[in-house]
Write a protein that binds this ligand. Structure first.
Ligand SMILES: C[S@@+](CC[C@H](N)C(=O)[O-])C[C@H]1O[C@@H](n2cnc3c(N)ncnc32)[C@H](O)[C@@H]1O
Length: 260
């Protein structure tokens, strides 16, 4: 059996566990400002209630929340304790909870619900449906849930990227290699190579495999509608994504008596 088969759909990558302290060098918080401003504008435009509260499911290091918390009271949920620790440091004024986006129930609703790139870790249709149901349960009537998978079936291209940054005497560089191990599997792999350099100049390398879901656009929209949302897809307006066809999915929760 190939290593990706018979998999646990959620295998926590090392980046979110023992390497979490390096995460802010891989993807610095400043890089999230433009995306967060766009998400805020979508919440304002499509919501039918003033956007005051936000639930971020799969909030990671809280890099989106860092740019949203000035106007939204943010509640941040993530599976990984090490990522929550980073976010608590960056966003001490926000509420944090450990939980799984497929199953957590906080027992209250929010004006805005965000499932950013973490939703890409939903590697089966069942997991995707569970995460979307969680979003619906936590979206207030008239509120908006926003989903931003890294890729859908129509936008995926096998590719490599590299990047990284330095801060406080440390540095990280990475090579990201995205590929589909088997056509028709509705998943892809992101193999990451990290090169980490500490304050003393010592360097280490690590390999980390991320298992990601890859679903067609129509499936996303159908699952959102099945959960009770009125589904919408809008172009992702961001300088890095112009002309790429990337979209953001919005789930509008109907007001009582409207139906989906
Ligand atoms: C790329 S990071 C998210 C970064 C985030 N967008 C930010 O603003 O910092 C992906 C996160 O998804 C989380 N994650 C993966 N599967 C999850 C699940 N089932 N429930 C909750 N969080 C999950 C990981 O622990 C990780 O922190």
């Amino acid at each position: 059996m190939a290593p990706h088969q018979g998999r646990d759909p959620i295998q926590a990558p090392r980046l979110y566990r023992e390497l979490a302290e390096w995460y802010p060098l891989l993807t610095p918080v400043e890089d999230y400002a433009e995306g967060a401003a766009f998400y805020r504008s979508l919440f304002e435009t499509h919501g039918r209630r003033p956007p005051r509260t936000l639930l971020d499911l799969g909030s990671g290091a809280g890099h989106n929340a860092a740019h949203l918390k000035a106007t939204l009271a943010c509640t941040l949920v993530d599976l990984a304790p090490a990522m929550l620790a980073l976010s608590r440091r960056l966003n001490p004024e926000c509420e944090h909870a450990q939980g799984d986006m497929r199953s957590i129930r906080l027992g209250r609703v929010f004006d805005c619900v965000l499932l950013h790139d973490a939703v890409s870790y939903m590697a089966t249709r069942a997991d995707l449906a569970s995460a979307i149901a969680t979003a619906y349960e936590h979206t207030a009537p008239g509120g908006v849930a926003l989903f931003q998978p890294d890729f859908i079936a129509e936008t995926f291209e096998p590719d490599t990227e590299m990047g990284g940054s330095d801060a406080n005497g440390r540095g990280m560089r990475y090579l990201e290699w995205r590929w589909i191990p088997e056509e028709g599997q509705e998943m892809y792999l992101t193999d990451m190579a990290y090169l980490l350099r500490d304050e003393k100049g010592n360097a280490e390398t690590f390999h980390d495999r991320h298992v990601m879901g890859l679903f067609p656009r129509a499936l996303w929209l159908n699952v959102m509608a099945g959960a009770g949302f009125h589904p919408l897809a809008v172009p992702f307006l961001h300088h890095s994504y112009s002309d790429t066809g990337h979209e953001v999915f919005l789930g509008l929760r109907p007001l009582p008596g409207e139906g989906a």
